[in-house]
Design a protein around this ligand. Structure first.
Ligand code: SAM
Ligand code: SF4
Length: 436
């Protein structure tokens, strides 16, 4: 009987990409995909530890998966991702059923590690934080057969923002060779992919020999058959004039940027070690809007950083009102062990953080709704991805990354079509095919 594997992924798109890589290796080694962990011989949980809540969720899920081993002692259980890197061998004590702890920078060595794990008898901890990034070179078959795909172009981060665990668990920045990335993008395009998102913790500091990020975008833009290019995430301090100009110059580069600002007060930004000011951030937004009128801007923001006063928080709200983001991912600050912020004084009580988060989200809801309503009556190009999860017909995204639902007609799946926006809510838009 064939061996079966089951992978569960938490966290960011980079984890999704890594999980794809792990799945391919398992399939190459004779495993078939199982639809539930109970049916698998190899179970892997790919985890996130960026916030305390994500880590707790990962540990409690790991506990439940470990209990499967009581019923099936032959099961091999693995944990990967940032929690694996951060907690390392300590996880073996906490979860006696665990066979493998695999850090994100070891995923490229998984083929060899799998062999050791399968033999049983030894538990393997692979947690070198300085390994080379995963490479999909070698022309794997594309997995999802979807019209959209992701490519991780660089791993790690050198910024050490004072609250962030990423540089400790994902290691220093390493950029993948451009030839490899372009080969991967061409391969995906040949398999029907129309939109590629380039991933990295800080994509705009991509550097491989003489190649920089704007050069990579230019080369991607020349790939025949590829229609849309996106990237995430960028750091404001590395958003160069050349990169801003790409939004005006490269027709395949979508009119959307995700540019985390984190806080609107210069005092807090300094304590966060973000290395830009609110004024600089707002200037960048002005330059982006001049280079590509109508560009959508989304961002990440945190409330309740240690020492954040009511006045600091008001500055954050003020920046949100001035910039008018299309959407925001907002978080309550949480201590991450080993980061400088975890040792800072002036911790904000949870209820206060929650009250600030509520106020901020209420403000952003109004802005997002207003911006979505402005699109009513406009005809927009969308890339149709498939059926909407909520049963609202088909779903796709505009170049500004807004979700549009429209009638259920399978002929349009995977196609670029124009729809006229008829209704708008906070989460999505409803459109009808634009009559030509
Ligand atoms: N590299 C990206 C950047 O510089 O913005 C984002 C990386 S992080 C995975 C995603 C978001 O998580 C951050 O933008 C930040 O808002 C949030 N985050 C990171 N550390 C956090 C912490 N300790 N508590 C709460 N939110 C945090
Ligand atoms: Fe974390 Fe800052 Fe690096 Fe983003 S830039 S991953 S927030 S250290």
């Amino acid at each position: 009987m064939s061996k079966r594997y089951y992978i569960e992924t938490m966290g960011c798109q980079m984890n999704e990409y890594d999980s794809d890589h792990l799945s391919r290796i398992l399939e190459d080694s004779g495993y078939l995909r199982a639809s539930a962990p109970e049916q698998a011989d190899f179970v892997l949980l790919n985890t996130c530890s960026v916030r305390a809540k994500a880590e707790q969720k990962a540990l409690s899920r790991l506990g439940r998966l470990a209990s499967l081993k009581r019923k099936n002692p032959r099961l091999r259980l693995a944990v990967a991702g940032c929690v694996a890197q951060q907690r390392g061998v300590e996880l073996f004590e906490r979860f006696p059923g665990l066979d493998l702890v695999l850090g994100p920078r070891e995923i490229g060595n998984f083929r060899g590690i799998l062999g050791k794990t399968e033999m049983g008898g030894t538990r393997v901890a692979a947690v070198d934080a300085h390994g080379t990034p995963v490479s999909f070179a070698g022309g794997f078959e594309y997995f999802h057969h979807s019209v959209k795909a992701y490519i991780t172009i660089m791993e790690g981060c050198n910024n050490f923002c004072s609250y962030c665990i990423v540089p400790y668990v994902r290691g220093r920045e390493t950029s993948r060779p451009p030839q490899e990335l372009l080969g991967e993008a061409r391969n995906l395009t040949l398999q029907g992919v129309k939109e590629i998102t380039l991933l990295g913790q800080n994509v705009n500091s991509y550097a491989h020999e003489k190649m920089r990020f704007p050069g990579l975008l230019q080369a991607m833009n020349e790939i025949k058959g590829l229609h849309r290019i996106r990237f995430t995430t960028s750091h404001p301090k590395d958003l160069s004039p050349e990169l801003i100009q790409c939004f005006g110059r490269l027709e395949k580069l979508c009119a959307h940027i995700h540019l985390p600002f984190q806080a609107g007060s210069n005092r807090v930004l300094k304590a966060m070690k973000r290395r830009y000011t609110r004024e600089k951030y707002m200037d960048l937004i002005g330059e982006l809007r001049a280079a590509r009128p109508g560009i959508a801007v989304t961002s990440d923001v945190m409330v309740g950083f240690p020492g954040e006063t009511e006045e600091d928080f008001e500055m954050t709200l003020d920046l949100i009102r001035r910039v008018e983001f299309d959407n925001l991912f907002s978080f309550k600050y949480s201590d991450r062990e080993g980061t400088p912020a975890a040792k800072m004084e002036g911790k904000i009580p949870e209820p206060q953080k929650l009250a600030r988060l509520d106020r901020l989200q209420e403000l952003q809801r109004k802005i997002t709704l207003k911006k979505n309503k402005e699109l009513i009556g406009r005809s927009l190009e969308i890339l149709v991805e498939g059926a909407s999860k909520k049963g609202l017909g088909l779903t796709g995204r505009t170049i500004t990354n807004k979700v549009v639902n429209f009638i259920n007609d399978k002929r349009y799946i995977n196609k670029l079509i124009n729809v006229t926006i008829k209704r708008a809510s906070f989460n999505s838009l409803w459109g009808e095919l634009t009559s030509l």
